[in-house]
Design a binder for this molecule. Structure first.
Ligand SMILES: Nc1ncnc2c1ncn2[C@@H]1O[C@H](COP(=O)(O)OP(=O)(O)OP(=O)(O)O)[C@@H](O)[C@H]1O
Ligand SMILES: [Mg+2]
Length: 391
């Protein structure tokens, strides 16, 4: 069950395709952990404005904010046993800036990097950097703070591999013979002699893979300054990669009942296994559950109309509309039951795909209201069930 997962792990990394409910899941799990008495941090990426507002998280790039305990009390779930919730909105650019601050050997290099047009563009838009920076921040907080649990929300994964291999790619890039040759060549040639590198497409391809950039000279200057921090960055990328394999870390894969997202979730699950990274749970979000039995559905329209006739609603001036309304209401109920049946089948598919981990499959129903404050996040967490033991 959810409580067990929250007890067992020190870090949860919530992943999944766009819009399935990653941010909601991360925040809800964090709320639940705080209620269990844990000092919890939710590190979130671009939360919906309403969620950020209601938690008091707006415009607070890269600093931890305590979520007011009064919000819990107001929602009727006062925090007890020392539980506390903190939130932080991840800001890729300032995370990168912090890193440069840390590893630049001197003020001169630091200034050169910050002033570099390529850096300014790259540090906000580095392909794969959002993923990398999220983990970078996670690493830093795990090292320096005393949270019982950190829940990391992530940007939508267009490609699971990109996410899992971000530290490797940075390390590969920094350590590749091409980069070394580039750096060495630049040191020897100085800025005047850089032209020859234009033709070194191998190097440029390496760069493009990580940065997707086009400002040529800017890149060269960048790499030159960057190279001075090379060792620090490289060692760090390796440590960041290590935490993705730690036992007290768990990946939480979020999916909907939509087939494509289940396929993506399955792919991610397989990738985790092949990278030796720990699976935590799979959340199947927005599951529609049946609310009428087949015999209740049978003749629903007729029974509704009969009831309305008895109450004389049908004889009133807008009787025709009442009849249409009831007819459509009954149709919707039948459609909903079909969707609920589809969702039940999809849940069965998830069970098949995650065989052996049935106790780590958490369906969450489609809630009636949007999930955006402490109360509804707590409800979301309470509605997490486990398919284990279900038919
Ligand atoms: N079970 C649910 N019932 C009702 N509403 C939900 C549920 N899960 C999520 N939502 C709502 O769906 C919307 C999208 O959720 P969320 O922002 O968590 O998705 P996401 O995966 O983080 O999206 P993105 O990939 O864009 O970051 C939010 O408004 C959220 O409140
Ligand atoms: Mg999100």
């Amino acid at each position: 069950m959810l409580a067990q997962l929250l007890e067992e792990k020190r870090t949860l990394i919530v992943v999944g395709p766009g819009g399935v409910g990653k941010t909601t899941t991360a925040a809800a799990f964090a709320v639940q952990a705080a209620r269990m008495g844990k000092k919890t941090l939710v590190l979130t990426v671009d939360p919906a404005r309403r969620l950020a507002n209601s938690l008091g998280l707006e415009e607070l790039g890269n600093t931890e904010v305590r979520i007011a305990p009064e919000l819990f009390a107001e929602a009727g779930i006062p925090l007890e046993n020392g539980g506390a919730l903190y939130g932080m909105m991840l800001d890729t650019k300032s995370t990168f800036d912090d890193l440069i601050e840390r590893y630049a050997p001197n003020a001169e290099t630091r200034r050169k990097i910050f002033d570099n047009a390529f850096y300014q563009q790259a540090s906000t838009a580095l392909a794969g950097s959002q993923e990398y920076m999220a983990m970078e921040k996670l690493y830093e907080i795990r090292e320096q703070r005393d949270y019982d649990l950190i829940v990391l929300d992530t940007p939508p994964t267009s490609n699971a591999l990109d996410f899992l291999s971000a530290p490797d790619r940075l390390e590969d890039f920094l350590g590749s013979p091409a980069t070394r040759a580039l750096v060495k060549g630049m040191k020897a040639a100085g800025r005047v002699g850089l032209g020859f590198l234009k033709f070194n497409t191998f190097v440029m391809r390496g760069l493009n893979r990580f940065v997707g950039a086009d400002t040529f000279l800017g890149i060269l200057e960048f790499v030159q300054s960057f190279s001075e921090m090379y060792a620090g960055f490289k060692a760090r990328a390796r440590r960041v990669r290590e935490i993705l394999r730690a036992d007290d870390v768990g990946f939480v894969i979020v999916t909907s009942t939509n087939r494509t997202t289940i396929d993506e979730g399955t792919f991610f699950y397989e990738q985790l296994a092949s990278h030796g990274m720990p699976f935590g749970a799979v959340v199947v979000n927005r599951v529609r559950t049946p609310f009428l039995a087949p015999d209740e559905l049978e003749g629903l329209e007729r029974r509704l109309i009969e009831a309305a006739r008895d109450s004389e609603a049908l004889a009133s001036a807008d009787g025709y509309h009442v009849q249409q309304f009831l007819k459509r209401g009954a149709e919707h109920c039948r459609d909903y039951e079909i969707m609920a049946q589809v969702d039940a089948d999809r849940l069965a598919l998830v069970k098949e795909r995650f065989a052996g981990n049935e106790d780590r499959i958490y369906p969450v129903p489609q809630l009636e209201r949007d999930v955006h404050d402490v109360g509804s996040l707590a409800e979301f967490a309470e509605r997490v069930t486990s398919v284990q033991g279900a038919a």
